[in-house]
Design a protein around this ligand. Structure first.
Ligand code: NI
Length: 189
């Protein structure tokens, strides 16, 4: 699995002065409901792209996000209450709603699991500059999906606030989240 860190490019604004990452998207949740970027207004998102059959990287990143959530619940419950961790499948061909429902049982109950049509997923991945590449199938039709490993942190207005790479520890991420959210609360007072 490839780890791509575009951190510097995240911070380069496009011509409109906003980071050239993210934007409108629409997907489906585990109950088959349409979910868009607007659905999460008022919440801070921890957005992660992966796939249910990923053998190691995705499970460990998902556990890391779970640790971040639990640490925040302990240290800053009022901030934790505003955060939603979201998993977006980059393997919609195999990550059906029932497959994702099974998968979701292994992870933090706060997680929202999203999938969609291949086009919906591709469009969203493109907006986030997520690298997705299906590896060669084995004889029994199994395959891996190479994908970038980044957690995108969005503020309560849906703007990208920060991003967290694979090498960061839960403690580092918690610190960054607390700093970022505290600063936003101070500004809005
Ligand atoms: Ni993975």
């Amino acid at each position: 699995t490839v780890c791509f860190c575009f951190f510097s490019s995240f911070l380069l604004p496009d011509t409109a002065g906003k980071p050239a990452i993210g934007g409108p998207w629409s997907l489906i949740d585990l109950n088959g409901n349409l979910v868009t970027n607007v659905s999460f207004q008022g919440k801070w998102l921890l957005l992660y792209f992966g796939f249910a059959r990923c053998p190691d990287i995705c499970p460990s990143e998902m556990l890391k996000i779970a640790r971040v959530i639990d640490q925040l619940k302990e240290s800053n419950p009022q901030l934790a209450a505003k955060i939603v961790p979201v998993f977006v499948s980059v393997d919609p061909a195999r990550d059906s709603l029932s497959a994702l429902k099974e998968y979701s049982k292994d992870f933090h109950p706060d997680f929202v699991f999203l999938t969609g049509s291949p086009t919906q997923v591709q469009e969203m991945a493109k907006k986030y500059r997520v690298y997705v590449s299906k590896a060669e199938e084995t004889e029994d039709g199994d395959y891996l999906v190479d994908h970038s490993i980044v957690v995108y942190f969005h503020d309560d207005e849906g703007e990208l606030a920060d991003c967290f790479t694979q090498s960061m520890r839960p403690k580092d991420i918690v610190e960054k989240i607390v700093d970022r959210m505290s600063a936003a609360i101070t500004v809005s007072k």
